[in-house]
Design a protein around this ligand. Structure first.
Ligand code: MG
Length: 447
């Protein structure tokens, strides 16, 4: 008797009339990734004035996770982790890339797109890449059949825009198709409609063979631009206009899937790369009840909205408190597609049973990296900060010195440090962090 993993691996390799097992099942994936959208920025996550009817419906028809984490509080490493299933320190992409950067995702890393392509999938990337803009690092060199978008952040250009000063050192912003620059300084107000049109076109063209669409929005990263149809319409101001247009775009993707009869065999995920960039003040989103935002390992930096929908597969009308991570998407998609996972040391877990609501809540251990520094750990409800990159610690003005311990289910805002009352637990969590660092050092998987 084969175990499930061996069975799937074997089945994926068996060919019948030119189609693999996965192709015959036609399990598709659409992964929509917002940029700098906070935990509290959607109607279904409690925002009082941003209207997100499509995402709210997606959550009602599927599952909404309340304890889902990015593996980094900034753009580049969070994307490296998402696409490789590995903590960013393993691929070396620990910091944000700039137009002057010469690095990118190493060729030796196996991406989610390559895993699925190996099982017969069509693949496309739309939107922000930010894993290297030089030819050897582009999506087309990492398992995507096509690419359309801006290869890094939309503020990495010389001009001032809403919420962003611009930087004279940067070249004009490129819009790329595959490996060519097709425009410079495209009208940013039209980016979301243009990406949406491309996504809908791809979904129509993909019909008949399994596909993976990675759709990474440019917004709500600053500068903020909405198209004329949305500009000035949200009670939340320009930030609300932008998020409401992203919500519209999600609606168009869902509509295209329904119209092409692919709704029931497509897992659609909506999430964000990291928390809100609070230094941008009114142009920044909200982390809701969570502390701090982007660039920190407080919850507001890394805990993000996560909505999953696939009628008949993802249990509907469910709010899950299961702790999950972007690191889990590669093993989860690979299992659902019947694709062989890469040989590399992986850090995530297959969450298929959680999506199907077939499993009770499980205790997870997740690590919070910021650049090359392991800052915190979560095990079950407990989170221990060993160090922090936040300004109050760096300046020495913090009232408390690390390690700090919080019970995240009692205290999601990380207000009440209970390290002094729980010295043994704090010691145990510090040991877990040291053991994790040793595994990373030796190249061993965390699982
Ligand atoms: Mg970001």
């Amino acid at each position: 008797m084969l175990d499930r993993r061996t069975f799937l691996r074997t089945a994926a390799g068996v060919s019948s009339a030119g189609l693999s097992f996965a192709a015959r099942r036609r399990q598709n994936f659409v992964l929509i990734y917002a940029d700098d959208l906070g935990y509290g920025d959607l109607g279904c996550y409690g925002h009082p004035t941003i209207r997100t009817p499509n995402l709210d419906r997606m959550a009602a028809e599927g599952a909404k996770f309340t304890q889902w984490y990015s593996a980094s509080p900034v753009c580049t490493p969070s994307r490296a982790a998402l696409l490789t299933g590995r903590y960013p320190v393993r691929s070396g992409l620990t910091r944000v890339l700039f137009p002057q950067s010469t690095g990118g995702l190493p060729a030796g890393e196996t991406t989610l797109a390559e895993v699925l392509k190996g099982a017969g999938y069509q693949t496309a990337a739309i939107g922000k890449w930010h894993l290297g803009h030089l030819p050897q690092y582009l999506p087309t060199r990492h398992g995507f059949d096509s690419y359309y978008g801006i290869p890094y952040s939309n503020d990495m250009h010389p001009y001032e825009g809403p919420g962003s000063p611009g930087n004279a050192k940067h070249p004009p912003l490129p819009l790329m198709r595959d490996e060519s620059v097709i425009e410079t300084e495209p009208d940013q107000a039209m980016l979301t409609p243009r990406y949406t049109e491309e996504a809908v076109r791809k979904i129509r063209a993909f019909r008949g063979r399994p596909f993976f669409l990675y759709y990474a929005h440019t917004f709500p990263h600053v500068p903020l631009y909405a198209s004329p149809r949305f500009r000035g319409t949200s009670p939340r101001g320009v930030y609300g206009d932008v998020v409401e247009e992203i919500d519209w775009s999600v609606g168009e993707v869902l509509k295209a899937l329904a119209e092409t009869g692919q709704e029931k065999n497509t897992l659609v995920i909506f999430t964000s790369d990291n928390g809100p960039w609070l230094a941008r003040r009114v142009h920044a989103g909200s982390a809701g009840l969570l502390r701090e935002g982007k660039m920190t390992t407080w919850e507001g930096g890394v805990r993000v909205p996560f909505i999953a929908r696939q009628p008949g597969v993802v249990a509907p009308r469910r709010t899950s408190a299961q702790a999950g991570s972007m690191l889990d998407l590669l093993p989860t998609f690979a299992a659902m597609a019947g694709a062989a996972p890469p040989r590399a040391a992986l850090d995530g877990e297959d969450l298929t049973r959680e999506l199907r609501a077939e499993a009770p809540l499980r205790e997870r251990t997740l690590f919070y990296w910021n650049a090359e520094e392991l800052c915190a750990v979560r095990q079950g409800p407990w989170k221990l900060h060993r160090v922090s990159n936040t300004a109050e610690w760096k300046s020495g003005t913090s009232k408390h010195d690390p390690p700090l311990l919080f019970h995240l289910e009692h205290d999601p805002s990380e207000k009440y440090d209970v390290a002094a009352e729980n010295p043994e637990l704090a010691r145990h969590l510090l040991e877990l962090m040291a053991a994790h660092e040793a595994k990373i050092e030796r190249g061993e998987p965390q699982r």
